[in-house]
Structures are given as C-alpha cells and as structure tokens.
Design a protein around this ligand. Sequence first.
Ligand SMILES: [Zn+2]
Length: 292
Amino acid sequence: MAEPRRVVNDSMIGLKLPDFARHSVRVATVLGHNPGPFTGPGTNTYIVGTGRRPLLLDAGAGVPVYEKLLPHALKAVSSALELERVVCTHAHADHIGGIPQVQRRFGAIEVLKQPWPGKDEIAGAPISAIGDGATVTIEGATLRAIHTPGHAPDHLCYYLEEERALFTGDVVLGAGTTVIPDDTGDLGQYMASLRRLLELDLALIYPAHGPVIRNPRQKIQEYIAHRELRERQVLEALANGEPLEPMQIVKKIYVDVPEYLHNAASNSVRSHLKKLRNEGRVVEHASRWSLN
Ligand SMILES: [Zn+2]
C-alpha cells in the first residue's frame, strides 16, 4: 500500500473559534485575536482556577480588542476582576507580547516562565523563573511544568492534575502542525518532547492554537508519525545522490501544500536536515545537502 503524503491533514487556515469558551469549572479560553496561517484564529489564552483570583496561562500578542475581552471573560468566570499571576509556555511574541497590556489593566502581577535570555524582554516585565517539575498552584488547580524544548528552547507544557489535562502551548496544536524554526528550534529535541508527553496519563489537551483535543494520545502519535514520514520523504528526495537545496526538496515532497506556504515548508525541511546531520546521516555543502 502506498504511504500517505502526510499524516496530519487538517490545518489552521479558515478555522473559527469563539472569543470566550468555558471548558470546565476551572478552565476557560479567551481568544487572543492575532489570526494567521500558523496561529489560526489567534492564540488561546487560558483562565485557570476556581477562586476569585485565577491565573492567566499565556497572554496573547497584545491586540487591542483583547484588553476588552479579558475582563469580560474574568467576570463570567469568577465575578471578580482580579488575576493572581501570568504563567507562560514560551517567549514567542504571540504568547508573552500581551503581558504589558495585561499588567496595565491588572497591575504588576507576577510572570512565571522558564527564562530565555534575549527573548524574555518582549514581556516588558521581570520574570520569575520556573523550570521542569515546578508546581504552580492556584485555588482549584495544580499545574506541573514539563520542559518540552524543540519548538522553542524555553518551552514548558503544564499538566493540570485535577483534569489529567495538558496545556501544550505550541508543542501540540488543535489543528495542523507546529513550526520548528530552523534557527532556534531543534527537531531532535522536539521529537523527544513528544515522546515524553506520550508517557503522561492524559484525558485532554488544551493547545495554544485551535480547538481542545479530546483524543490526546492519538494526536501525539499522529504528530510523531507525521515527522517520521517527512523524514523518510527528505531522505528519499536525496536518494539518487544529487545534492539539493532545501527548497528543491520542498518542491519534491510538499506537492499538496499551497505555494505561499513553501517558505515555511523550507524552514521545516532545514530542521529535518539539521536533525539528520546531527545524526550523521546527511552532509551539507554550500547550502546543498546530500546523503552521507
Ligand atoms: Zn511559539
């Protein structure tokens, strides 16, 4: 039987989500309203906790309309207009760019994340450092941080013990696949992070983009299978011995992906090539790559 061309077939493009959604007694989403081909309708920011002062998990990009949506959502959840702290998955601008806006509205509340020197400045606020295994508690919710590098070196997922749920940030998305930047990302680490998440007892995933995932194990397995398939395709593209540039590989294997996404695909191919080079399986000569 012929292998499929991709394993993850859905995408973020055209996806719609409500401004506010209540998922459980302790979790609600407020949409960040920063839409795009890779963010879908925008970043999901999460209000977590059952008390008067819940926490905010990720702060969005700082889009003006969010400043109105967040207080509305808080009123619906806790009847008070207070936040205890902000907890962040990673330092990309669509996750921490909204922190100055949130602090303008709610005061200089504490910001927790794993530090990424040189990037955390986007938050415009001091960072309280946490790392793998750290526990963040709030009334009604216990979050355990899990270091999951690959998409970004500082990336933390958070396991919500009361629901056996995982806030995956950008490691696993509700639709499509995540970008592994070829400069600051690391596909080898990303695959190890996905395998680590598979070991958790998971009932659902709250992703940073796209809808809630109700089949978490299957989704993570699809993500792993998708990258493994792409890796085989990259190796096959190089099999006849001719050294190729990443974009030439894209033209061979991303035949069903629209051309305006080919730059992103090329980034992804470079991430695959770097992983394979680290494993001694391909070599680079003057921007062209061949099998080792
Ligand atoms: Zn990101």
